[in-house]
Ligand binder design. Structure first.
Ligand code: UDP
Length: 459
């Protein structure tokens, strides 16, 4: 048998492709051959945002399979996307694996699939290939999904995922408070029901995987990981600085903001970025812009191209002209480099788990502005468990006001205890992935398992 050949299957969203890329880049250092599978539409975007000479290009073979939707269809329709993916992708993945069967050095020996792409674990099981599930969010969130049947039995959720009773609870003392708000995205729509069914299916299929690895650390989520010992923490993956430059990004990275950051005083800049999904209406966006202006501090703000329309564009052009060099607006930042830059003082974030791990790994205090699903849970980790950030409250109009933004920035930056605790958590995060740390030990065992023969295969 040739060298181990990993087939990595990513879920088609930015917050899933980047951490999977980071994981396989770590694994590639052990000499494994890696094939990275994206949907065709994500593959196109990854390839067009890829910079020439990126190290990932040498280490990884990128391939694409169709997601079952026509090229012009809206992939924001997650219900339909989930359905077509389930219809088409398992067969296409089987064909891909079959083509490589029996070919020395090319045969797939192990599949690592995003937990949300549970269908790929089903293909691995059917074809007798050993398999691991990768969960790129908090262990507490996966644990909560594992407890869905209890929430249904307790009449908190309906069998289709709709919320029956608004409820706050915790899975164990020391874990963050959870709220049924996390399930709002599943509630009351047909798309929500399809997504919920796929969560229930993934819950089942993941139990048969040889490993469930998670981009977290026992130092950050001790209670969740002792409650769900089947989840093995191997993160935070970016704590030791990202190995790829542009690989995995769906938008071209604008690195010019780094030289602007170089000109700013230490710990002075507010970095405002809201991940890959968050959208603001013009009123909320204006409050945010005015709030940043009111702080009298330098700021770097990411406004993705798909967040804007003509009205927003015009507003932002006028705003930039007024602000001049005090602030920078970019359409996609090299977030890992920004957060490790000494001039960044705080992170105004939607609290996606990758952003959360990246902020924690760099010792940055947070201002939390969650948008949906697990971001509420992540906010509770940041504000209530680790105490390294503050939440923003909506005003009477339902908007987060400019006054709220500027006063919370002041509070966060004036009270040095936030930065102090953030640095403590940075140390914990970095220790876990350093030689002998908990995540490092798990990663070594995971690497051994990949290298081992087929004895652990569960056909
Ligand atoms: N990101 C980036 N540049 C940006 C904004 C985000 O590189 O301008 C990256 C960020 O570092 C993170 C990912 O995009 O790795 C977003 O994932 P997250 O889980 O934070 O949020 P999601 O997009 O899934 O809501």
């Amino acid at each position: 048998m040739g060298k181990p050949h990993i087939l990595a299957v990513a879920y088609p969203a930015q917050g899933h492709v980047i951490p999977m890329m980071e994981l396989v880049l770590c694994l590639s250092k052990h000499g494994f051959k890696i094939t990275f599978v994206n949907t065709e539409s994500i593959h196109k975007r990854v390839m067009s945002a890829f910079s020439v000479g990126d190290y990932a290009g040498e280490m990884i073979n990128f391939v694409a399979i169709p997601d079952g939707m026509e090229p012009w269809e809206d992939r924001g329709d997650l219900g339909r996307l989930t359905e077509t993916m389930l219809q088409v992708m398992p067969g296409k993945l089987e064909e891909l694996i079959e083509e490589k069967r029996g070919i020395d050095d090319d045969e797939i020996t192990c599949i690592i699939a995003d937990e949300n792409a549970g269908w790929a674990l089903g293909v691995a099981e059917k074809m007798g290939i050993k398999r691991a599930a990768f969960w790129p969010a908090a262990a507490a969130m996966l644990g909560l999904l594992f407890r869905i049947q209890e929430l249904i039995q307790n009449k908190i959720l309906d069998t289709d995922g709709s919320i029956l009773k608004c409820h706050k609870f915790t899975l164990s003392p020391g874990m963050p408070i959870m709220s049924t708000e996390i399930f709002a995205a599943f509630s009351g729509t047909n798309a929500g029901k399809i997504l919920f069914d796929s969560v229930v299916y993934n819950n089942k299929v993941v139990k048969g995987a040889d490993w469930i690895i998670c981009n977290t650390s026992a130092e950050l989520e001790p209670e969740a990981l002792s409650l769900f010992p089947e989840i093995s923490p191997i993160g935070p993956l970016m704590a030791s600085s990202r190995s790829g430059e542009s690989a995995g990004h769906l938008w071209p990275v604008d690195a010019t903001c780094i030289s602007w950051l170089d000109q700013q005083p230490a710990c002075s800049v507010i970095y405002a970025a809201f991940g890959s999904f968050t959208l603001f209406d013009i009123d909320q966006l204006q409050e945010l812009a005015q709030g940043l202006e009111m702080t009298d501090r330098p700021f770097l703000w990411v406004v993705r191209p798909d967040m804007t329309n003509e009205k927003i564009k015009t507003y932002l052009e006028e705003f930039e002209a007024k602000i001049q060099n005090r602030g920078r607006i970019v359409s996609w930042a090299p977030q890992d480099k920004v957060l490790s830059h000494p001039s960044v003082g705080c992170f105004l974030s939607h609290c996606g788990w990758n952003s959360t791990m990246e902020g924690v790994s760099n010792g940055i205090p947070f201002l939390c502005w969650p948008y949906f699903t697990d971001q509420y849970l992540n906010q509770n980790y940041i504000c209530d468990v680790w105490k390294i950030g503050l939440g923003l409250s909506k005003g009477e109009t339902g908007l987060i006001t400019r006054e709220e933004i500027s006063s919370k920035v002041e509070q966060l930056l004036r009270d040095k205890s936030f930065r102090k605790r953030a640095l403590l958590y940075k140390e914990k995060a970095v220790n876990s992935i350093q030689k002998g740390g908990g995540s490092d030990k798990n990663m070594s065992n995971f690497v051994k398992w990949i290298s081992s023969g087929t004895e652990m295969c569960k056909p």
